[in-house]
Design a binder for this molecule. Structure first.
Ligand code: GYE
Length: 328
């Protein structure tokens, strides 16, 4: 056991030195500790959004001259908890993490609090009664994203003069903030409108492969004629669903209304081709704003408890000719 612990310490030290090499430092030498070290636990690489988000954090750490210890948890909460513990033992200046689900963080966040290390929640929230367990949350207003998706659908139904539309929903990871709130916001927007029936809601875990699986199941259950609208909580799952629809000869965007969330380049391209009807934007470019908070904390300044980036919606009703490349 002791041996294992020593090995773990050595591995951690090697990881830290590797991760921190080349950063600005307050001492001489390549491996000296930078003035500010950020421990960042990323939840995985499940989507174009997530990969863009990791790149944004890495770039911003470089731009601000901060050391970044990055750990990718590959979709496993226990790996995130272990990473946060390692950041605490390394005594990083700030911990940033993107919680894969909302529950189960109290213990490890209490440990960070006891160690006096501020925690910034990035992208997703936690469900904790005690809001002193984190210093700030920076991430999208997912409720607003869901509402925008629903508002688009109302407009579309008016435009189609539809009497009745059957909707299926492919959700993100169960118990994650974007899943919960994108679901809620959408229902809020369309609720009470009797033209809509929500046939079923199933989780595709934000993964393209599961989006495909969900679509196959939904087609099997409701048939090619039974589904009028697909509301999918992210672009990866949407792209998976498009493949399946096209493989059975359907024309997504025409035979069935496709509503997605995120706005990664491949999905925006599909929107421009008419294969997706609407995308509620969610930006992964949070790195710079996160590092600005880290900087403020390192100067002992107060920071806001909650920050939402500005976001919009792209749809077939908009002129998208001037849209800049998305960068993810
Ligand atoms: O929409 C999805 C990703 O938490 C906002 O996670 C993020 C979501 C994003 O996998 O593509």
């Amino acid at each position: 056991m002791k041996k294992l612990r020593i090995l773990l310490c050595l591995a951690l030290a090697a990881l830290c030195l590797g991760a921190l090499a080349g950063c600005n430092s307050d001492q001489k030498g390549d491996t000296a500790r930078p003035a500010v070290v950020v421990g960042f636990s990323q939840l995985g690489s499940e989507s174009g959004w997530r990969i863009g988000n990791t790149a944004s954090m890495e770039q911003a750490a470089k731009d601000w001259g901060f050391g970044l210890m990055l750990d990718n948890a590959n979709q496993r909460q226990e790996k995130q908890i272990a990473a946060i513990r390692s950041f605490i033992s390394y005594q990083v200046d700030v911990i940033v993490f993107s919680p894969i689900v909302e529950t189960g963080w109290e213990n490890v966040l209490n440990e960070a609090k006891k160690a006096g290390i501020p925690v910034i929640l990035m992208d997703r929230m936690i469900d904790a009664k005690d809001d002193s367990l984190y210093t700030a949350y920076i991430g999208a207003d997912f409720l607003a994203e869901g509402r925008r998706a629903g508002e688009y659908l109302i407009k579309k139904a008016d435009d189609m003069r539809a009497k009745h539309l059957n909707i299926v929903e492919i959700t993100g990871t169960v118990d994650s903030t974007p899943m919960r709130e994108r679901q809620l916001g959408f229902r809020e927007a369309i609720g009470g409108d009797e033209r809509f029936t929500l046939l079923e809601s199933i989780s595709g875990d934000f993964l393209r492969s599961k989006g495909e699986e969900c679509m196959r199941y939904l087609l099997h259950r409701y048939g090619t004629e039974g589904i009028d609208v697909i509301y999918s909580h992210n672009d990866e799952m949407t792209l998976g669903a498009l493949d399946v629809l096209e493989s059975v000869g359907m024309k997504p965007g025409q035979d069935v209304v496709i509503i997605s969330v995120d706005g990664q380049q491949t999905a925006v391209d599909a929107l421009l081709e008419g294969r997706i009807n609407c995308i509620a934007e969610c930006t992964p470019h949070l790195g710079d704003a996160v590092m600005a908070l880290v900087d403020a904390l390192s100067r002992g300044e107060e920071i806001p408890k909650q920050i939402h980036p500005e976001e919009t919606v792209f749809s077939e009703f908009d002129d998208l000719s001037g849209l800049e490349p998305r960068g993810y």
